[in-house]
Write a protein that binds this ligand. Structure first.
Ligand code: C5P
Length: 225
């Protein structure tokens, strides 16, 4: 089973993808972390979002240091901004595309028997998974919520992690990033034609997961969500 989860920044798509992966026994890939790691690489080289060299970005994507996808520094607003700048570059997207597809299909038992034992497929979350990366996915979700709710959730998350965060700055960052992601020429943020829309504005995490499971004809496992 292959599932694509796309959506706006801080919409809850990562939380949904992780929960569905646990419920359904699927491998999960947060593809935003790849773009963030690429952005962080350039930041560490001294680049700033207003003047990223396309060639340097392409090289960073082609030689991506995957350990950076686990680095806490990719979660800053600056790395998010940098990620969305490099994500608009077609060379960067092309460099990251194959790896995402390989991840999805190498865990399906039909293609590589038992490579990751017990996993029955994969779920990827991002912006273009249902439209470009995995257009043949069995199920596609597009997650969104009102921007003030998204900003507030992100703010709470940062505060809970002990970071200083200002709500207006977070809101501005989300709006700017979504706008850049929606309006770019290559693989823009948009729902796939056959995507199931999930509006999380008034949904708790549990309600969101239940909604998504119901939409694909599954029940939550006993004792979970
Ligand atoms: O999902 P996350 O907010 O971590 O993604 C960071 C940025 O990476 C997004 O704003 C977007 O520009 C880019 N991205 C993308 N395509 C994906 C995943 C992320 O363009 N599949």
């Amino acid at each position: 089973m292959i599932i694509a989860v796309d959506g706006t920044a801080a919409s809850g798509k990562g939380t949904l993808a992780k929960a569905l992966a646990a419920e359904l026994g699927l491998a999960h890939l947060d593809t935003g972390a790849l773009y963030r790691a690429c952005g962080l690489t350039l930041m560490l080289e001294g680049a700033d979002p207003s003047s990223v060299d396309e060639h340097a970005a392409e090289i960073a994507a082609k030689n991506l240091d995957f350990s950076l996808t686990k680095d806490a520094r990719i979660r800053t607003a600056e790395a998010g901004e940098m990620a969305s700048v490099v994500a608009a570059m077609p060379e960067v997207r092309a460099a990251l595309l194959e790896g995402q597809r390989r991840f999805a299909y190498s865990v399906t038992p039909e293609l590589k028997d038992g490579l990751r034992k017990g996993l029955r497929g994969a779920i990827l979350d991002g912006r273009d998974i249902g439209t470009v990366v995995l257009p043949d996915a069995d199920y596609k979700f597009f997650v969104d919520a009102d921007v003030d709710i998204r900003a507030h959730r992100r703010w709470k998350e940062l505060i809970n992690h002990g970071s200083e965060a200002m709500l207006p700055a977070i809101m501005e960052d989300l709006v700017k990033r979504d706008e850049r992601d929606r309006s770019r020429q290559h693989a823009p943020l948009k729902p796939a034609d056959n995507a199931i829309l999930v509006d999380t504005t008034e949904k708790s995490v549990e309600e969101m997961v239940r909604f998504a499971l119901k939409a694909i004809g599954r029940q939550p496992l006993p004792g979970k969500s």
